[in-house]
Design a protein around this ligand. Structure first.
Ligand SMILES: C[S@@+](CC[C@H](N)C(=O)[O-])C[C@H]1O[C@@H](n2cnc3c(N)ncnc32)[C@H](O)[C@@H]1O
Length: 275
């Protein structure tokens, strides 16, 4: 069985950092080794040295994407950190409601959406608060660097083990249950799917969106980035928000000096663009 030697580790870590911002530390060598072993098998490569040479070569372009997919941590669940969804409906939707009914728009971005649970939780929260949302100009953009999770989210079919966070009544209202002898799964209904557009997007690259957002959920993503990468992102999030728009981070993520960037603290790991 091939061992991830320190030179190959360095080459892989440097590439992951450059391509995606992921910071891989040497203490995680054995985890990285086990995440990448199936890539060596799939490519029929004998060792990590050959693998690191491949990903650094011109011919390794496709493999570099697969490497990033293998290295990202995609754990997510429905209604994770519920307090952000409360701010979404009680403050953002409530403030926007009058304008929305007169043809205005509400735009939310789930940045680092993983398998889509965050975006579907946003859609369900809005619909539960005001069902008319389905007929208004309310859209959620959900993006991730990892094409595998974006495809999964687009399919919108969740095995039973992944829907634990969805209250029974919501599961009934917003999902179709499929049962076979092998498994039970839940498929999001069009009323949810129609509100969301899933896209592949690297947060370190160009953001092609022209319009600004009322809220950005970027939760449990920057935790994998170093401080310099995080510091580059804060002003970009600021620019991507409308005045008074909200940025939500994960429970262990913090913006060190929000006021310097033009944000106000607005609740647990919640920031509001000042103007
Ligand atoms: C732990 S999941 C968080 C999912 C969801 N936001 C939540 O809080 O449950 C982190 C996601 O960030 C994505 N990610 C990592 N680096 C990224 C980058 N440079 N650009 C976009 N997404 C990235 C990963 O692919 C992964 O799906």
């Amino acid at each position: 069985m091939s061992i991830l030697d320190s030179d190959s580790f360095r080459a892989i870590a440097d590439l992951a950092y450059r391509e995606s911002g992921l910071t891989l530390v040497a203490e995680k060598t054995s985890m990285i080794q086990s995440r990448l072993r199936h890539r060596l098998r799939a490519l029929n490569l004998a060792d990590f040295d050959s693998y690191s040479k491949l990903i650094q070569s011109e011919a390794g372009r496709d493999e570099r994407k697969k490497l990033i997919s293998a290295l990202t941590t995609n754990v997510s669940h429905f209604f994770r950190e519920k307090h952000h969804f409360d701010i979404l409906v009680n403050q953002i939707l409530a403030t926007k409601w009058a304008a929305l009914r007169q043809g205005g728009r509400l735009r939310i971005w789930s940045a680092g959406c993983s398998n889509g649970q965050e975006a579907f939780s946003i859609a369900m929260s809005l619909l539960e608060k005001v069902p008319e949302v389905a007929h208004l100009d309310v859209k959620i953009l959900a993006t991730d660097i990892d094409p595998i999770v974006v495809q999964f989210a687009e399919n919108s079919i969740y095995p039973e083990r992944l829907v634990g966070g969805v209250p029974k009544a919501l599961l009934q209202d917003y999902f179709v249950k499929h049962e076979t002898i092998h498994e039970t799964s839940y498929e999001a209904k069009p009323i949810l799917r129609d509100m969301i557009r899933f896209k592949e997007l690297n947060l370190l690259g160009h953001w092609p969106m022209k319009r600004k957002f009322d809220a950005v959920f970027c939760r449990n993503v920057v935790i994998y980035f170093d401080q310099a990468t995080q510091d580059d992102l804060w002003p970009r999030f600021h620019d991507s928000l409308l005045p008074n728009g909200y940025l939500f981070l994960g429970h262990s993520e913090r913006m060190p000096s929000p006021t310097d960037i033009g944000f106000l603290a607005a609740g647990p790991t919640s920031y509001r663009r000042r103007n």
